[in-house]
Ligand binder design. Structure first.
Ligand SMILES: C[S@@+](CC[C@H](N)C(=O)[O-])C[C@H]1O[C@@H](n2cnc3c(N)ncnc32)[C@H](O)[C@@H]1O
Length: 444
């Protein structure tokens, strides 16, 4: 805007332009509160201005008010239905809300209203939304189309190999990773390459080399470090908490769709069933502590039989979804072992649904749970079953436990086993995964 034009503008219009510019700069710098107060001030006089609505929508979304943010962005889009940046922003935020079908619609509109130079990035965004829908094949086609023209576009290569790995197309994934790695080396691609190789029989040595290179390029890369430990068969007592946190933060938006629709996950319902059967006549509990509560699937199952319910999880993205359900009286973002060490009350029930898979050696964990349960209180949890060792890591990177080991660890911690039920916990790769639901009672 020229100085001349600014001078011709009425004072309030100049102020408005100034405020918009300031808010945009603050937003780019990551100063969300500063940007928000500049926008809020401007919106007092201009509540329907599309620029301001778009700015406020982005601030709100980044401040955790995702649905209000989307509402603002959608209103702005109605005023400017051909603004590709706005359409893309709305689509990306819809994706964060797991509204993948709607996200795809707006990604397509963004593409249709943009210039060809914007298309590669917009195709990648559309591909990610399609992966959210479970349409990995369609996403693969988009990423490949982008790479055909821009073979060095890393986002496309990383997402292509992730999508191929999800489709279990490991050979194609290896080829795709190697093609881009010949042009540029990035840790994420080495990681995806390692994941693909590790699932092809006889190629563990190459997988190890790929994870090793990923760690050399980025020594803070906990995902590849964890895979290295697994492949080297290093003794592990638990899965590193930063690995668990990162994995579930990434997985959170797909988690429920994945476990309920695809994996037929049954553990929360089984925990409820066996808890209610454990002590005749005991069908309501004063307080429940849900360890590794995730998005709250177990909380949903126990809400009507718990007077007070607290959830603890290390993944903030999982917890955000639990919070939205409104079924917990208290939620805490923490490593559950740390949280248990600082507990300030005794619970009637402690539940841990599909959490022991991340904890190998159980003695210390069970002792801490025992300290958090009231006398006669109950501890209900699931484990996947191992027949080979007290605890071992499966190919899926999770721990399975031997029944007798779990029983001994419970007894040592002061629990009496009330029931052990062998059940199908979920599917994996189309096959049932069996495990056990334990309900134990504190004796001492
Ligand atoms: C497979 S999910 C199960 C979530 C939930 N219990 C359910 O049944 O849907 C495992 C959860 O345990 C959490 N978790 C694993 N290890 C943890 C730890 N050490 N501290 C806190 N949370 C942990 C993960 O972040 C994840 O949300």
């Amino acid at each position: 805007m020229s100085a001349e034009m600014t001078m011709e503008m009425p004072a309030d219009a100049a102020d408005l332009a100034d405020l918009k510019q300031r808010a945009t700069i603050l937003l780019t710098r990551g100063d969300l509160e500063g940007a928000r107060s500049a926008v809020d001030a401007a919106m007092i006089d201009q509540p329907e201005d599309a620029d301001l609505l778009a700015l406020r929508g982005t601030c709100r979304a980044r401040q955790g008010e995702l649905s209000d943010g989307i509402q603002d962005l959608a209103t702005a889009v109605m005023a400017r239905p051909r603004d590709w940046e706005l359409l893309n922003s709305l689509a990306v935020h819809l994706q964060q809300m797991k509204m993948f079908d709607e996200a795809v619609v707006f990604h397509v509109k963004a593409i249709n209203n943009s210039e060809p130079e914007q298309h590669p990035q917009l195709y990648i965004n559309l591909g990610l939304a399609m992966m959210g829908q479970g349409e990995h094949l369609a996403a693969v086609e988009l990423f490949e189309a982008v790479l055909a023209v821009h073979p060095d576009m890393l986002d496309a290569a990383v997402n292509l190999s992730s999508a191929l790995n999800s489709l279990k197309e490991y050979g194609r994934s290896v080829e795709a990773c190697r093609r881009t790695l010949a042009i540029v080396e990035v840790p994420e691609l080495y990681h995806n390459l390692g994941n693909a190789l590790h699932r092809i029989p006889g190629r563990n040595a190459e997988a190890l080399a790929a994870f090793q290179r990923a760690v050399e390029l980025d020594p803070t890369n906990w995902k590849s470090k964890h895979m290295l430990s697994l492949l080297r068969d290093e003794d592990m007592d638990s899965i590193p908490t930063n690995f668990v946190e990162g994995m579930f933060d990434e997985y959170a938006s797909f988690y429920e769709q994945d476990v309920i629709e695809k994996l037929r996950y049954r553990v929360p319902g089984l925990i409820r069933r066996y808890l209610l059967k454990a002590v005749p006549g005991r069908t309501r509990f004063a307080s429940v502590l849900d360890l590794g509560c995730g998005t709250g699937l177990t909380g949903v199952m126990l809400r009507d039989i718990a007077d007070f319910q607290k959830g603890v999880d290390i993944s903030r993205n999982m917890l955000k979804l639990a919070l939205e359900k409104g079924i917990y009286d208290q939620l805490e973002a923490a490593d559950l072992q740390v949280s248990l060490g600082e507990i300030d009350r005794a619970y009637s029930v402690v539940a841990a649904a599909d959490v022991c898979g991340y904890i190998g050696r159980l003695e210390e964990f069970f002792a801490k749970v025992a300290a958090a349960v009231e006398a006669d209180g109950l501890f209900a949890f699931s484990v996947e079953e191992s027949f080979l060792a007290d605890f071992e890591v499966s190919a899926a990177g999770r721990f399975a436990h031997r029944r007798t080991y779990v029983q001994k660890a419970l007894a040592d911690a002061g629990f009496k086993v009330l029931s052990v039920a062998r059940e199908q916990l979920r599917n994996s790769g189309g096959r049932p995964v069996f495990g056990m639901i334990f309900v134990a009672q504190k004796t001492a």
